[in-house]
Ligand binder design. Structure first.
Ligand SMILES: O=C(O)[C@@H](CO)OP(=O)(O)O
Length: 247
């Protein structure tokens, strides 16, 4: 018995296009991002992969991507579960900052520590910062759990309880599961699935709008390490572009 898990990072967002650190800021998709989401749905149909249930974050770019992809696949009606635990990594005081300017100001080493290190979070965001999520009603129940910044290690810690409690039961009941989320929350999941080391995960980038399919065995180990992109060439080029942001 293998279980089918499809990961889909949202399509290009307004702030991806502007090269700004985004995190928990709830920006929309660009027209290109919407087209990527539609293409993602077409790839699912082409591969005969029709999700039975979808899990998303609480952020518009993932919610809209999931909807556009599922609409194309005629699966717009499936059950949806949403959680802040699938949100993008909170980027702290970097939210709203230009990636190129940040690289120039702080240098390559610090920039990459903030962007891709396992356990170095950016400085926390102030509660009165224009890009803070304090007071956002969708996070009203979080209380002390509300992050002001996160590193990848923090994302894994808040993501894994949701994985175990909500996603694994869907998988093991035989459902084809779509997780529509974000670059860094999906890096957290891929690190967990593939057992990638804290060092090596720095080199992994997830492209926008490209379905990544994992077949998992009984112990939820991938049958193919790293999963399989439905359009591998386009995915490799788009992942390289993510890696080079800021340059
Ligand atoms: O800005 C962000 O929230 C993320 C994803 O777009 O960026 P990065 O790839 O630099 O972690």
């Amino acid at each position: 018995m293998t279980y089918t898990l499809i990961l889909l990072r949202h399509g290009e967002s307004d702030w991806n296009a502007k090269n700004l650190f985004t995190g928990w800021v709830d920006v929309d998709l660009t027209d290109k991002g919407r087209a990527e989401a539609v293409r993602g749905g077409e790839l699912l149909v082409g591969a005969g992969l029709l999700p039975d249930v979808v899990h998303t974050s609480l952020q518009r770019r993932a919610i809209t991507t999931a909807h556009l992809s599922l609409d194309v696949a005629d699966r717009h009606w499936i059950p949806v579960k949403r959680s802040w635990r699938l949100n993008e990594r909170h980027y702290g005081a970097l939210q709203g900052k230009d990636k190129k300017q940040t690289l120039e100001q702080y240098g390559e080493e610090q920039f990459m520590l903030w962007r891709r290190s396992f356990d170095t979070p950016p400085p926390p965001i102030e509660d009165d910062d224009e890009f803070s999520q304090v007071g956002d009603p969708r996070y009203a129940d979080l209380g002390a759990e509300m992050p002001r910044t996160e590193c990848l290690k923090d994302v894994i810690a808040r993501f894994l309880p949701y994985w175990e409690a909500e996603i694994v039961p869907d998988l093991t009941s035989g459902k084809t599961v779509l997780v529509a989320a974000h670059g860094n929350s999906l890096r957290a999941l891929v690190k967990h699935l593939d057992g990638i080391s804290d060092e090596d995960i720095a080199g992994l980038n997830i492209p926008t709008g490209m379905p990544l399919v994992y077949r998992l065995d009984d112990s939820l180990a991938p049958t193919v390490a790293g999963g399989e992109y439905l359009d591998p060439e386009a995915a490799a080029a788009a992942a390289a572009a993510v890696a080079n942001q800021g340059r």
